[in-house]
Design a protein around this ligand. Sequence first.
Ligand code: MLT
Length: 407
Amino acid sequence: MIKINEHFNKLQASYLFSDIAKRVSRYQEDNPDKTIIKLGIGDVTKPLPPACIEAFHKAVDEMAGEEGFRGYGPEQGYDFLRKAIATADFKARGADISSAEIFVSDGAKCDTGNFQELFSPDSVIAIPDPVYPVYLDTNVMAGRTGSFSDGRYEGVVYLESTRENNFVPSLPHQPVDLIYLCFPNNPTGSTISKEELKTWVDYARQNKALILFDAAYEAFINDDSLPKTIYEIEGAEEVAVEFRSFSKSGGFTGTRCAYTVVPKACVAYIADGTPQSLHGLWNRRHCTKFNGVSYPVQRAAEALYSPEGKQQAQALVNYYMKNARLIRTAMSDLGFTCVGGDNSPYIWIEGNMDSWKFFDLLLDKAGVVCTPGAGFGKCGEGYIRLSAFNSFENVSLAMDRIKNSLA
Ligand code: MLT
């Protein structure tokens, strides 16, 4: 008899964003005349930067000839991209990360979801609440949690991010092994200072723990005093893996390209306490389960590091950040307490009502889709998240509609 992995049965009925998409299409079927503005899932709407398009075309043309044709590429990514990443994203910030420590992939979602495979099933995980659901669900699938009751999985150490702690969780009170952190934060839009991040790195070093640092939104940081990478913190290379993505900064949500940094100094331990390099383990896993991102996509990603590409990507970021400011101002003017939108494309809004009720209200009265905070965890109850990823015209219209319907 073939048996299923029963840990899957502990998961909530469906993935948050699929659940929302179903509700929205049901609403659209019932209200075919209404135009809906989506500020829910953070999916980009602007086309790829021209520098990427040009590089893409060129690479496809290369693939059309016997000489330029390429089959399987290196699983870790082509050197041209890994070198560009190490130089611009790390060395330029004073972080000593080499190209050999970069693993190019098809998404930070997959990488943040897959990385937990390297660790023992009995590892104690610390997960923020609210949180991007992928970190939690993949640990549930792996059997690292008990069952779900009263909005929480047993056995998980929840790191509460609330108005009281400015949405930056405090260190756990009990020992934990694997810590997920995301800054600028999805969903709350909060940021972390270098001093605060240092307390986490110090904790991980003292407790032989590992930090999985999701920096997918670093491009949206305006405040230069904030860390863009965890490797700006001394000693982080021993205790932290970092996830990055071109999805939001380069418009690659549909094109798929991201990378994970696994420093050679970073270790986990075998049962007798002997340290083992995570770089070697991840490399083994990556080569077994992944065959690399396509050559044209990697050339397009490389183009984001050219002088024109940098400018064009910055223009995309600026465009969405103008939306973010508009959302934050409009919602604040309506009397809501807001976080984010200054160094992040997400605005976390305290709704003073059940968050699914607020979701239904905005959809019904304004035809605007948000993400209900409760979908990100128990501490998200009472909040909604609005995303800045849409056209400026749609965001302006959405804000007008919300003003009219809530006034
Ligand atoms: C989000 O809306 O939280 C993100 O777009 C989801 C993702 O990047 O997978």
